[in-house]
Design a binder for this molecule. Sequence first.
Ligand code: HEM
Length: 119
Amino acid sequence: MLSYSVYKLIHFIGILMVFLAYGGLIVRSIYAPSDAQLRRLGAITSGIGLVLILLGGFGLQARLGIGWPGWFVTKFLIWVVLGGLIVLINRKPQMSQYLWWGTLVLGALASMLAVVKPF
Ligand code: HEM
């Protein structure tokens, strides 16, 4: 088993990958809707990122020995929604404004939950 710090690093690298890729994919859906290569790059980067976020998240949970507090379950649900967003990002360029800010709000919420642990 890896250390708390290494799981956190994995968690953060995953986060960077998802948010970098989603930004690129949102722009692509508007300016390069026929660019399949860019779409593939975004799908691979965000896909690996989502796996790393989850791996890091459950590793951190195990290291902390916290079980399933409300904030942790909520973060998991945010992760599910975040992963599903790629479908809208790729297919609904007319929603890009909402997807751009919505993705950021979801990320901020997930970060806040880990820091504040309100429930
Ligand atoms: C969806 C995107 C996510 C973002 C942006 C995010 C963000 C963060 C951040 C910024 C921290 C560091 C908090 C700190 O050092 O005080 C953190 C820690 C943590 N995250 Fe996430 N997270 C996400 C998803 C998840 C998921 C899906 C899980 C669970 C499967 C999870 C579980 C945890 C745990 C257990 C910690 C450690 C909290 C602690 O050290 O007290 N996170 N996350």
